[in-house]
Design a protein around this ligand. Sequence first.
Ligand SMILES: *[C@@H]1O[C@H](CO)[C@@H](O)[C@H](O)[C@H]1NC(C)=O
Ligand SMILES: *[C@@H]1O[C@H](CO)[C@@H](O)[C@H](O)[C@H]1NC(C)=O
Ligand SMILES: *[C@@H]1O[C@H](CO)[C@@H](O)[C@H](O)[C@H]1NC(C)=O
Ligand SMILES: *[C@@H]1O[C@H](CO)[C@@H](O)[C@H](O)[C@H]1NC(C)=O
Ligand SMILES: *[C@@H]1O[C@H](CO)[C@@H](O)[C@H](O)[C@H]1NC(C)=O
Ligand SMILES: *[C@@H]1O[C@H](CO)[C@@H](O)[C@H](O)[C@H]1NC(C)=O
Ligand SMILES: *[C@@H]1O[C@H](CO)[C@@H](O)[C@H](O)[C@H]1NC(C)=O
Ligand SMILES: CC(=O)N[C@H]1CO[C@H](CO)[C@@H](O)[C@@H]1O
Length: 445
Amino acid sequence: MLPVLFLAALAAAAAQNDTQPARPPSPRREQFRVIYEWNVIDFEWRSPADREAYLSTNRYIPQNVLISGINFYGENLFLTVPRMLDGVPATLATVPVQQSDTAPKLKPFPSWEDNAVGNCSALQFVQNVEIDKNGVMWILDNGRVGTLTQKPNPMCPPSLVLIDLKSGKNEMERIPFPAEILNSNTTYLNDIVVDNRDGDYAYITDNSAVDPGIIVFRRSDKKSWKVRDTKSMSSMPEASAFRINGTSINLPVNIDGIALGPQFYTSDGNIDRTIYYCPLSSFHLYAINASVLRNDSIEGTDGSIRPYVVDLGTKASQTDGMKMDSNGVLFFGLIGNSTIAEWNTTVNFHVGQRTIARDPNYIQWVDRFTFDDRGNIYVVVNRLYNFVKNQVFTKEVNYRILKSFTGSKSYIFSEDLKPAGLPGAAAVPTLGASVLFIALAHLLA
Ligand SMILES: *[C@@H]1O[C@H](CO)[C@@H](O)[C@H](O)[C@H]1NC(C)=O
Ligand SMILES: *[C@@H]1O[C@H](CO)[C@@H](O)[C@H](O)[C@H]1NC(C)=O
Ligand SMILES: *[C@@H]1O[C@H](CO)[C@@H](O)[C@H](O)[C@H]1NC(C)=O
Ligand SMILES: *[C@@H]1O[C@H](CO)[C@@H](O)[C@H](O)[C@H]1NC(C)=O
Ligand SMILES: *[C@@H]1O[C@H](CO)[C@@H](O)[C@H](O)[C@H]1NC(C)=O
Ligand SMILES: *[C@@H]1O[C@H](CO)[C@@H](O)[C@H](O)[C@H]1NC(C)=O
Ligand SMILES: *[C@@H]1O[C@H](CO)[C@@H](O)[C@H](O)[C@H]1NC(C)=O
Ligand SMILES: CC(=O)N[C@H]1CO[C@H](CO)[C@@H](O)[C@@H]1O
């Protein structure tokens, strides 16, 4: 039987002020509950002998296997297993979305062969993946393994790997990033959002310790470029100390979480979206409009995007992963507060943040979120601080997946606006109609 563990959910507690009429009441959220939990991660092996062989040759070291990213497609949750230490047999795997077992074994995806270390046609180091609205999986493969060891090994070029999940064939298309864009020794492809407009763009955080930035990739011509802004993309000294459940750790980590807002009309009738991001070691949340990054002649030098970056303000604590829903509500963790929070992006960030769950025993380092297609949100909680400190206690639960019903879907499925093509068309409907009328009159004249 699966234990159903309820969390103490403090709906709208921290930031709520009911006396303020400007803010709408927060929707009632279902409590988060644990659906899966593991002390150590194990896999669906080809045979028991195979497992023994991996164990005896240190190609599988159970306490070195950490789950980090999560995504959803069809009947599966996809989990990423970055090869930060040695002994990680697969870097991308699935578990069923329908629970059968409390601690299911991970099934390497697409296959064991496609996860072989040292084979540059296979997956090497996957931190996160996204699945777009056309069923294409976008996989960030850093190519470098052992990032937390003395000798990180850049075995293969950092690449984007695409799999068309609809076809069912699971064929991998590997697109290495050009060496002029990324340094394979230092780049750290961390998280990705996909924008299925005009040729499909991806915005990727690179939390390289020496050269943080956002990499933009356009699928139609496979062109990529990198933008930098030291001020908003670097770790901050005052936010580099983390304190979680009695454990302290110093981790200066650059730009990490990223989220993509719904489409909106600009005042000149174009369509834009806002990209939100934050360094892991920062209390600030930043925003930039996608149109700035989609310009492939934007210069990569520090300062070129500075005028377009907006500092939205501060959060109570640091955030690793974030996820936007299709209505523009952002979900994020507050690591030092054992909290999951949300923010309706149409409301001012200073007053609009709300705590939706807080629990020091179950919410120990929120890493990544995903939505399924039934209105549920899932969260990976992984005690990353213990892993980084090399003190994973295998007698305790270290990794959990929590789930809650929100009634919403991923930003991937947010509404597609029709290009207005005319000034003010949708922002001000009446004005838009009259402009259209004038334009038509002009055309017919
Ligand atoms: C709530 O908002 C009202 C009006 O803005 C303000 O007077 C009051 O101090 C606030 N209360 C809290 C607890 O923040
Ligand atoms: C490398 O991986 C690819 C993809 O899984 C596979 O087709 C190929 O046979 C592998 N090569 C070797 C030498 O194992
Ligand atoms: C990566 O590091 C190795 C070893 O230090 C060095 O030989 C190589 O030139 C570096 N590559 C890049 C792209 O900096
Ligand atoms: C994005 O663009 C809109 C208008 O087109 C502007 O109002 C808004 O401030 C911009 N947001 C950011 C984060 O720059
Ligand atoms: C794109 O960026 C270049 C270089 O910064 C700039 O000159 C150009 O005006 C931009 N184009 C658009 C459409 O914003
Ligand atoms: C949240 O965590 C930060 C540290 O990250 C701490 O300074 C702050 O006091 C915490 N706030 C609450 C309300 O627990
Ligand atoms: C977000 O806030 C706006 C403005 O208050 C409101 O109209 C909208 O319904 C809210 N969205 C959600 C999903 O709560
Ligand atoms: C210091 C502290 O809060 N320790 C707690 C950490 O979490 C475990 C449960 O996972 C508790 O048993 C400890 O008391």
